[in-house]
Write a protein that binds this ligand. Structure first.
Ligand SMILES: C[S@@+](CC[C@H](N)C(=O)[O-])C[C@H]1O[C@@H](n2cnc3c(N)ncnc32)[C@H](O)[C@@H]1O
Length: 304
């Protein structure tokens, strides 16, 4: 059996590299890429109220450092230029090789004006998180709508839950924050029209939120041996200062946007430690499809 020459091996590696580059440029493993840039550009007016709510949240948390490590920043279509301009240096990490050009288009002029220097690195931020933290020991770390996407990218529920619940441990002793999808799904436009309660991007309501410790549910269907799945969920949800069961709180969030049908769980409920203060922001991704985003900051002095 003839052995492949050195040249064939390096050609194969180059081909693999080019295909990976192209795939990430087109769809970033289903989490971004050209398809994201196109829908973000087209939806920029519809998304503006959620973007304003994100900006208000960010500006309410003045950064403790002048350096920012922005993870999954993409072009920053939903990101606040005003918040970014407070930093002296920004390092954006994203797997999408085109993100740097769109980031320049969206934020370049403002960052030039504020004399913020920024650079882009194409890396897998989650795989390389410990290394990135070492390279940027003083930086505030912000996950910019990336963590809720990992269920789409990795397609392995157990792996994603383990990965997302472990991130806070890796970040212990660091100032960090995240905005991520918690749930998403369809909204019932007809019923909303009929009730005259159409939630629109213009009248969106946000909720302050704290999720309690995780409680294990009884394994479903164990008695008849159908499945041994165990669904874990927080014991409670404090919404706008009122403590409710998790089910009751989720129902409130779903009703607030006239949710219909089954919603997608983005497996990100354990990103923050229990009782971390956060803000729930609705994001009308499409006219009939909404995401509940959870945004929060964790100070380095946090006990967990
Ligand atoms: C929904 S988009 C983020 C949108 C961005 N916050 C904005 O406002 O435009 C998710 C981004 O995360 C990036 N991404 C996903 N997994 C990643 C990973 N493991 N490492 C680095 N970037 C990743 C994708 O390439 C994509 O640009």
């Amino acid at each position: 059996m003839p052995r492949p020459s050195q040249e064939t091996v390096s050609n194969q590696a180059l081909r693999r590299h080019l295909l990976a580059w192209l795939g990430d440029a087109l769809h970033a493993q289903e989490t971004g890429g050209l398809s994201w840039h196109w829908s973000a550009y087209r939806s920029r007016h519809a998304w503006a109220p959620s973007k304003r709510a994100i900006e208000a949240f960010l500006l309410a948390h003045p950064p403790s450092t002048k350096d920012l490590l922005l993870i999954g920043g993409s072009a920053g279509w939903m990101m606040s230029s005003k918040w970014l301009c407070q930093f002296k240096t920004i390092t954006i990490i994203d797997i999408d090789p085109l993100a740097r050009f769109f980031f320049q288009y969206v934020h370049g002029a403002d960052l030039k004006h504020s004399q913020t220097s920024w650079r882009f690195e194409r890396r897998d931020a989650l795989q390389e998180l410990p290394q990135l933290l070492k390279e940027h020991p003083q930086a505030l770390v912000f996950f910019d709508n990336i963590l809720g996407q990992q269920c789409v990218r990795l397609k392995d529920e157990v792996l994603v839950e383990r990965l997302l619940s472990h991130i806070k441990k890796t970040l212990e002793g660091r100032d960090w924050g995240s905005i991520h999808d918690l749930y998403s799904g369809r909204i019932d436009l007809e019923a909303s029209f009929a009730k005259g309660t159409l939630p629109t991007p213009q009248n969106l309501s946000t909720f302050t939120c704290q999720l309690g410790e995780m409680a294990q549910e009884t394994p479903t269907g164990m008695a008849n041996g159908a499945t041994n799945d165990v669904d874990a969920m927080p014991q409670h949800m404090i919404l706008n200062g009122i403590k409710r069961s998790f089910e009751e709180g989720s129902q409130m969030l779903l009703q607030a946007v006239n949710a219909s049908g089954e919603w997608k769980d983005h497996l990100s409920v354990e990103v923050f430690a229990p009782d971390t203060p956060s803000l729930m922001i609705p994001w009308f991704f499409k006219p009939n499809y909404c995401h509940w985003l959870q945004a929060g900051f964790v100070p380095s002095s946090s006990p967990r």
